[in-house]
Design a protein around this ligand. Structure first.
Ligand code: GLN
Length: 473
């Protein structure tokens, strides 16, 4: 018997190699879960025909050519291109868009023998914290279907937790891998900006976007990250191999910085804060040095994010106009075609952000909003870089509250944006960050802890989490 919901990539790999199970068994189990649960959860928008992939993976295993992910079922977020398959970014405007090439990340998974079973629902163009902004309906949290799974990679996380795959890919621009991972009790990792290629990932805010793994534990995060982190000449911001090597650091993490001023904010859920404090005490007992730190600029990250992000969104989404890309709605003249295609193709949140972004980039406002925010981004980045001269990792909660109810925050966008208060710091400063589950709230929902690390020290950060995750569960 395979207990998919408990099974990690590492354990599945062992079972496949020892012929305890076949790829068909494993994938079959996921497909069964999809059949039973997807209608209610709405985690996947499409299930792919994987017969050939299953056979190919089994052949790799049988001929001794298996990698650590051969035969492992995976789900990819709907904003990552997979050649020949629809990739809609959960938007109506791209409902029939078939990818003409695959993201190198997808190619890498396929070459390694992973089986991509489907594409997952998300907030439209990755804008949201609850997966309620999809044009294809809300995704539910498998742990409590009256609650959101978080977002924007809510479909990926919901699929993983409900046993539709053994790991998933998400994308993280302000927290979209880490926040849903936290809401559903799994691990979500956002790599250093530039370590995972963005080629074949729809740009939301391209100076922040990163693809990353969503897994059951930190060890699996390490396995997947090893596959997807490589230099890619197609992405001008991809980090070259020499720089990756030069910045490797195998030293064990010793000092954990805690920015109490950032953590103890107004509105943080009481139990979330208590749980965080307990975890910090546990880590201290484990022998880590806890260093209270001051990051006076970090609390501005959220405000900076909500200026720069919409600015980039408004330019990146200009290509979806019904002429160059996207479904066209006809009208009597060209400007009517643009207006109708975009007006009918985009959802409310997307339109809100395009308008905000256009505003902050417009004449007269560029200097007072956009330019100021970029200066602030640079200052925050320096603040984090300097702090990592003094501590090895920085700890905060991932989210200020556990998973909220469906519909609870939809009428108040600012309240929704506050979900990113801790996570957006890592996108602003380009550093790696990870969310690890740590116990439960009295309402039954998982709680979490968030660690960020020095730029390029992704492996060191994940290794640290492997060391501690059992101790803080
Ligand atoms: N919740 C954030 C937002 O709405 C983050 C999105 C993301 O990381 N893609 O912008």
């Amino acid at each position: 018997m395979i207990n998919i919901q408990e099974l990690t990539v590492k354990e599945a790999h062992k079972k496949l190699l020892s012929k305890d199970i076949t790829v068909e068994d494993l994938v079959g189990e996921c497909l069964k879960n999809i059949k039973e649960k997807n209608q209610e959860l709405n985690a996947l928008l499409e299930v792919f025909d994987v017969k050939d992939d299953v056979k190919r993976a089994q052949d790799m295993i049988d001929s001794g050519k298996a990698t650590a992910i051969t035969g492992i079922p995976v789900v990819i977020k709907d904003n990552i291109l997979y050649k020949g398959h629809i990739s809609s970014s959960s938007s109506k405007i791209l409902s029939n868009y078939k990818a003409s090439y695959s993201s190198p990340v997808v190619q890498k998974l396929l070459e390694a023998g992973a089986v991509i079973v489907g594409r997952s629902n998300m907030d439209e163009f990755a804008m949201g914290s609850s997966t309620e902004n999809s044009a294809y309906g809300v995704t539910k949290n498998p742990l409590d279907t009256t609650r959101v799974p978080g977002g924007s990679s809510g479909g990926s996380v919901s699929a993983l937790v409900s046993g539709m795959c053994l790991f998933a890919l998400g994308s993280d621009t302000g927290g979209s891998i880490r926040q849903p991972a936290a809401f559903c009790g799994v691990v979500g990792f956002k790599p250093t900006y530039g370590l995972v290629t963005r080629y074949g990932l729809y740009s939301m805010a391209n100076s922040f976007d990163q693809i990353g793994p969503i897994t059951k534990d930190s060890h699996d995060a390490k396995i997947i990250n090893d596959f997807i982190s490589f230099y890619d000449k197609n992405d001008a911001t991809s980090i070259k191999e020499e720089i990756r090597q030069k910045n490797k650091n195998d030293k064990k993490v010793k000092k954990i910085g805690v920015p109490w001023g950032l953590v103890d904010i107004e509105g943080i859920d009481k139990e979330t804060l208590e749980n965080f404090k307990n975890n910090i005490s546990l880590l201290e007992k484990e022998g880590y040095e806890i260093v209270p730190i001051d990051l006076p600029l970090a609390p501005y990250s959220l405000a900076v994010y909500y200026i720069i992000m919409p600015a980039e969104v408004s330019t990146n989404l200009s290509r979806f106009d019904g002429i160059r890309y996207g479904n066209r709605v006809s009208d009597k003249d060209l400007s009517g075609v643009y207006k109708k295609s975009r007006g009918e193709g985009f959802g409310k949140e997307t339109i809100r952000r395009v308008m905000l972004g256009t505003y902050v980039l417009s004449h007269g406002y560029y200097d007072s909003y956009y330019k100021k925010a970029v200066n602030m981004k640079n200052a925050i980045t320096k603040e984090f870089d300097d702090m990592f001269e003094k501590v090895d990792v920085i700890a905060t909660p991932t989210t200020p509250s556990p998973a909220f109810k469906i519909g609870e925050k939809t009428s108040d966008p600012v309240e929704m944006y506050l979900s990113d208060v801790f996570t957006s710091t890592a996108n602003i400063s380009g550093i790696p960050a990870i969310s690890v589950p740590t116990g439960k709230h009295s309402n039954g929902m998982p709680l979490d802890i968030h660690f960020s690390g020095r730029k390029y020290e992704d492996e060191r950060l994940i290794d640290f989490c492997i060391d501690i995750e059992d101790k803080i569960k």
